[in-house]
Ligand binder design. Structure first.
Ligand SMILES: [Zn+2]
Length: 476
């Protein structure tokens, strides 16, 4: 184990100290003007940014050090001989402490394995195990979600009203997670807020269920925040969640009587936080990429359906549409995949992006239309009309390959073809001014944008109920 760590450290130090010409040219050649795929930054600005990125990585490591994460400490230290000795002592101490805790637990009153896995102590043991070998870090996704404690709320007698003030600003990741957990305990609607697992930088990836499951209930998956700089998408999920758990309106009651909502409301927590604190224009997650100085996988180019077609998927880790080495190797995607594929009867899937005022049906990877294109367009038109009725905002509707551009490995193609959601879409919501700041939607538009989406989803709820988007007879 020590040998592996030493090797890892050497590589890290080299990576930080030596910027090869090849990598520089990789980074500086990065310039994609396409609004959805790429950055509006020039070659020059992106090139100079590459130097800053190294410093940013150092800052991140400092933050991790503050948290006492042993992995960060290991990466930060030079690979000196005394360090190896100290490392060995740390690991030995960690092992001794871990062993003592385990033996203590085994003597406790609940000695079964599941209880141990769910205890806070065992979580710290698992962290130590994972940290001891840095190669284990990307395998956080392999943690069985069942090993993690879900935060399940018991329905309360009454609903607290919507927290309107909260939706007038953009928020930090930890405040968003806290909001979901707190509000889940303040509603009579059955709500589950689960931690599906951890992101590469150890933030919770949430799965939120709104409404109860049942043999006659139809499922709707709403995903928000794949792309870090599209802040409004995360605010969209927050608004919808809050409205649906607090509203006494009849349309919401009818909606939740027929539909169970599965929401992955913060699909890229590391990227979002990085966009908030360091690089507003960041798009991908923050996965380390082996043998590259550049970080991050584009989570909407990493889904298994037609991934291998590699349409608009870059194999260069320094590009914004880098799709990883294999489908689902973005740990957040694997967590979401495992969770959503465990759900039944999903007829609607919506992947929320910004910007463009567009609703796109499958497919992205080909000009061919889906078998259910007629149904998708009909439900899409109903949604467009419902949205327009709120503030007059006009959305365009069409197949993704022509309305947006051709892409493969996207979530909305996968949710249609593999998950079986008949009405599957990518929606591009409101954007900022058309002057290069399109990803920056003024915060005063968060609520109007949410109100429009709410109307759109009420419409999709109707089309689930009336079997346009889902028919039990179609299911085996
Ligand atoms: Zn996007």
């Amino acid at each position: 184990m020590t040998l592996e760590l030493t090797k890892f450290n050497s590589e890290e130090v080299e990576r930080h100290e030596v910027l090869s010409q090849e990598e520089k040219s990789d980074e500086s050649s990065h310039s994609i003007t396409n609004r959805h795929t790429g950055s509006s930054q020039s070659d020059h600005s992106r090139g100079s940014g590459s130097i800053e990125m190294i410093n940013q990585d150092d800052q991140e490591e400092e933050t991790l050090l503050d948290r006492g994460a042993a992995s960060a400490r290991l990466r930060k230290q030079p690979p000196s001989q005394p360090f190896k000795s100290r490392l060995f002592i740390y690991l030995f101490l960690a092992f001794v402490v871990g062993t003592l805790i385990i033996s203590g637990l085994s003597k406790s009153q609940t000695p079964n394995v599941n209880a141990k896995q769910n205890s806070p102590e065992s979580k710290s043991i698992r962290n130590i195990d994972a940290v001891a070998d840095p190669n284990e870090i990307p395998t956080f996704s392999e943690i069985n979600p069942k090993d993690l404690l879900p935060e399940i709320s018991e329905p309360k007698e009454k609903r607290k009203p919507m927290e309107v003030q909260f939706h007038k600003a953009y928020h930090a990741t930890k405040d968003i997670i806290e909001f979901y957990r707190k509000r889940a305990g303040e509603t009579s609607v059955p709500v589950k807020v689960e931690t599906l697992g951890q992101s590469p930088e150890n933030r919770a990836v949430l799965g939120v269920q709104i409404g109860s499951e049942g043999p006659n209930k139809k499922g709707m998956w709403i995903n928000c925040g794949f792309h870090a700089r599209e802040w409004i998408t995360i605010s969209s999920c927050l608004y919808l969640f809050d409205r649906w758990i607090s509203s006494e309106d009849q349309d919401v009651q009818d909606f939740l009587a027929n539909v169970v909502v599965y929401m992955t409301p913060l699909a890229n927590p590391d990227g979002y936080e990085f966009s908030r604190t360091t690089d507003r224009d960041w798009r991908k997650n923050r996965s380390p990429v082996p043998n590259s100085r550049c970080k991050g996988i584009d989570q909407d180019r990493n889904w298994p359906y037609k991934y291998k077609m590699k349409v608009d998927i870059s194999s260069n880790p320094c590009q914004e549409n880098y799709g990883g080495k294999a489908a689902l190797d973005a740990p957040e995607n694997k967590l979401i995949f495992d969770w959503i594929t465990s759900k039944k009867n999903i007829g609607v899937a919506m992947d929320v992006h910004s910007y463009g005022l567009e609703i796109a049906t499958p497919f992205g990877w080909t000009n061919k239309h889906a078998d259910h294109f007629t149904e998708q367009m009909k439900a899409g038109r109903n949604m467009v009309n419902a949205i327009k009725s709120i503030h007059g905002t006009k959305y365009k509707l069409g197949a993704a390959s022509s309305l947006i551009y051709k892409t493969s490995g996207i979530a909305s193609d996968w949710s249609y073809a593999d998950l079986g959601a008949v009405c599957s879409y990518t929606i591009e919501v409101r954007g900022g001014l058309n002057d290069g700041t399109e990803f920056i939607l003024p915060k005063k538009e968060i609520i109007p944008n949410g109100e429009e989406l709410h109307a759109g989803f009420m419409s999709l709820g109707h089309d689930l109920k009336n079997e346009l988007c889902f028919n039990f007879k179609d299911k085996k």
